[in-house]
Design a protein around this ligand. Structure first.
Ligand code: MSP
Length: 509
C-alpha cells in the first residue's frame, strides 16, 4: 500500500466568473498536490462547482435562463481557467450530478433515521449572497456581518439538524487535535465559537426550489451548504468506490478561505460525527486578497481576472507571485506594480539569470558536459552545508503550508549560488585549473537542479523547461525521491546541457 494524500478546494459558486480569490485557493491546492507527488504520494486532488441554492436561482432568473443552463456555461469558464493555470486536479464535482444527489439524499436520510434531523420552524435574518442565516445579535443594522449587504427577514418551515448535540464532542475533538484547524489563529476562532455553544442548524429551504429535494418531502430542498460540503465524499467515491474511499478517506486537507471556516470546521465535522464517518485531518484557511488596497467587488469594478493576469505576465509568474508575495494564511494586496517587481527581481534578476549563466558557462567551458566533482575546495563546503540546511527547511515549511518561507529558503539557495559563481569565477578556472573548474560547474549545476526541483510545485512549466535544458531526460513531474531529491546526483548519463531562451523576460514599466 503506497502513501496517499487527499486534498480539496472549495467548490465554487457558478453565479459569477472566477477571480483571483478562486485562483488562489486552487493554485495553493495544486502546489501541495504537486509537492506531495514529488514526495512519492499518490494524490487525489478534488475541485468542483457549487451549482445549487438561492443565489444561483436568482442569477439565472435575472438572465431568464434555467439555473442548470447557467451552470453548464459557467462550469466551462472554471475548467478552462484551471487548464490554463495548469491545475492538476484528479477529480471534479458538479453538485447537479446524479452521483452527488444520491450521496446528499442518502446522508440526509441516514442522519434523519438516527434522530438528528427534525421538522420545525425558522425565523431569522438571511443573507442571500452568503446563503447564511444570522441571529438578531449577529446582524449589524440589518446588514450581513460577513459581507455587509442587506439582510432579508425569512420565516419558513424547515428541517433542523441537531448540531447542539455536537458541541461537547466537537470541543473534545478540537482539544485532542490542535492541528485540525490551521493556522492557529483560525483554530482559536473555531474553538471559541464552539465553546459558546452550537445552535441547531436549519438544513432545508422551502422559499425556492433549485436544490436537492429532501427525501420524502420534496417541498423542501436541502440547504446548499449541507449539499456542497458533501462533495468531498462524492468526489472520492462514497457509496460508489469503496477502494478509493479506503485509500483516501479521511481527507488530509480541506483548503479554504477564512470566510468559509465555520462551515468546514464546525458544520462539516458535526454532520460527519452524526453519521459516524471519520473526520478530515485538517482544515487550512488562507487569507484574503484586496486589490490596490481595496476590497474586490463588482460595484467597485476592481475584480481581478486571473486569466487576464496570467496572459499578461505568464502563468508561472502569476502562480509564483501569489505565494512569494504574501505569507499563506495572511491577507494580501494585489497590484500590478507588485507582480512586476517580483518578476523583475526574483525571477529575471535572481533565478533566471542564475540558470542562464550556469547553462552558458557549462556550454562554453565544458562543451555542455559535466564530470563528477572532485574533493571540496574554495567555498564548496559552505555552499553545500547551507543548501542542505535550506532544503530541509523548505521541506518542513511545505508540510505545513508555509509556502512563503519555503520560497524564501529557495531564494536563499539562489542567492548563495549567485555568490558562488562570483567567488569561484569559473571563467578564471577555465584558463588554468580544469579539475577545479569541473567541480565548480558541477556544484553550480547541482544547485540549479535543486532550486528548480523546489520551485517545481509553484512553476510547473518553467521548471520542466529548465529540467530539460540541464540535461535530465525525464519530465520533472516524475522526479522521484531517491534519484533526484538527494544532494548528490550522478552526473553520468545526462544529456548535453543546452542553452535556453530567457525564461523570465524583464517587464518594462
Ligand atoms: N460555494 C462555496 C464553497 C463551498 S465548499 C463546500 C463558496 N464559493 S465561492 O465561490 O464564494 O468561494 C470559494 C473560495 O474563494 C473561498 O475559499 C474563498 O475564501 C475564496 N475567495 C473569495 N474571494 C477571495 C478573495 N478576495 N481573496 C482570497 N480568497 C477569496 O464559498
Amino acid at each position: 500500500m503506497g502513501k496517499h494524500y487527499y486534498i480539496t478546494t472549495p467548490i465554487y459558486y457558478i453565479n459569477d466568473v472566477p477571480h483571483i480569490g478562486h485562483a488562489y485557493t486552487t493554485i495553493a491546492a495544486d502546489i501541495m498536490a504537486r509537492y506531495k507527488r514529488l514526495q512519492g504520494y499518490e494524490v487525489f486532488f478534488l475541485t468542483g462547482v457549487d451549482e445549487h441554492g438561492q443565489k444561483a436561482e436568482k442569477t439565472a432568473a435575472e438572465r431568464q435562463i434555467h439555473p442548470k443552463d447557467l451552470a453548464d456555461t459557467m462550469v466551462q469558464t472554471f475548467t478552462d481557467l484551471w487548464q490554463m493555470l495548469n491545475i492538476s486536479n484528479t477529480g471534479f464535482v458538479r453538485t447537479t450530478e446524479e452521483r452527488h444527489k444520491r450521496v446528499v439524499q442518502y446522508f440526509f436520510q441516514k442522519i434523519q433515521e438516527k434522530g438528528d434531523i427534525y421538522l420545525g420552524e425558522y425565523e431569522d435574518w438571511y443573507c442571500v449572497p452568503c446563503e447564511s442565516y444570522f441571529t438578531e445579535l449577529q446582524q449589524q443594522e440589518g446588514k450581513c456581518p460577513d459581507c455587509g449587504r442587506l439582510l432579508e427577514r425569512l420565516k419558513e418551515e424547515t428541517y433542523f439538524f441537531r448540531m447542539s448535540k455536537y458541541t461537547e464532542p466537537l470541543l473534545r475533538y478540537l482539544e485532542e487535535h490542535k492541528d485540525f484547524v490551521l493556522p492557529e489563529v483560525r483554530y482559536n476562532e473555531v474553538y471559541s465559537f464552539v465553546k459558546g455553544g452550537l445552535r441547531d442548524l436549519s438544513i432545508s429551504r422551502t422559499s425556492f426550489s433549485w436544490g436537492v429535494p429532501v427525501p420524502g418531502n420534496p417541498r423542501h430542498v436541502i440547504y446548499v451548504w449541507f449539499d456542497a460540503l458533501l462533495n468531498y465524499l462524492t468526489g472520492i467515491g462514497y457509496l460508489e468506490n469503496d477502494q478509493l474511499m479506503a485509500d483516501f478517506w479521511p481527507c488530509d486537507t480541506h483548503l479554504i478561505g477564512k470566510d468559509i471556516l465555520r462551515f468546514h470546521a464546525v458544520y462539516w465535522p458535526s454532520f460527519l460525527m452524526s453519521l459516524g464517518v471519520e473526520l478530515p485531518k485538517r482544515v487550512f484557511a488562507h487569507g484574503w486578497w484586496t486589490v490596490d488596497g481595496q476590497k474586490m467587488s463588482k460595484s467597485l469594478g476592481n475584480v481581478v481576472s486571473p486569466s487576464e493576469i496570467a496572459s499578461a505576465y505568464g502563468v508561472d509568474q502569476f502562480r509564483f507571485f501569489l505565494f512569494r508575495e504574501v505569507p499563506f494564511g495572511l491577507d494580501g494586496d494585489f497590484s500590478r506594480e507588485a507582480i512586476v517587481h517580483r518578476i523583475n527581481g526574483d525571477l529575471a534578476n535572481d533565478f533566471g539569470n542564475l540558470v542562464s549563466r550556469s547553462v552558458t558557462m557549462i556550454k562554453k567551458f565544458s562543451n555542455g558536459m559535466l564530470e563528477q566533482p572532485g574533493g571540496p575546495g574554495g567555498t564548496d563546503e559552505h555552499l553545500i552545508g547551507r543548501t542542505v540546511g535550506l532544503v530541509a527547511e523548505y521541506g518542513k515549511e511545505m508540510e505545513s503550508f508555509g509556502f512563503h518561507k519555503a520560497l524564501a529558503s529557495t531564494f536563499d539557495i539562489v542567492s548563495l549560488l549567485n555568490k558562488y559563481v562570483d567567488t569561484e569565477a569559473p571563467w578564471k578556472l577555465a584558463k588554468d585549473n580544469r579539475a577545479r573548474l569541473q567541480t565548480v560547474l558541477y556544484n553550480l549545476w547541482n544547485g540549479v537542479r535543486i532550486a528548480t526541483l523546489l520551485l517545481h510545485p509553484f512553476m510547473p512549466q518553467k521548471t520542466d523547461q529548465i529540467w530539460k535544458a540541464i540535461g535530465i531526460g525525464t519530465p520533472i513531474g516524475t522526479a522521484s525521491q531517491d534519484r533526484e531529491r538527494g544532494f548528490y546526483y550522478d552526473a553520468q548519463g545526462l544529456s548535453s546541457i543546452e542553452n535556453i531562451p530567457p525564461l523570465f523576460p524583464r517587464i518594462e514599466k
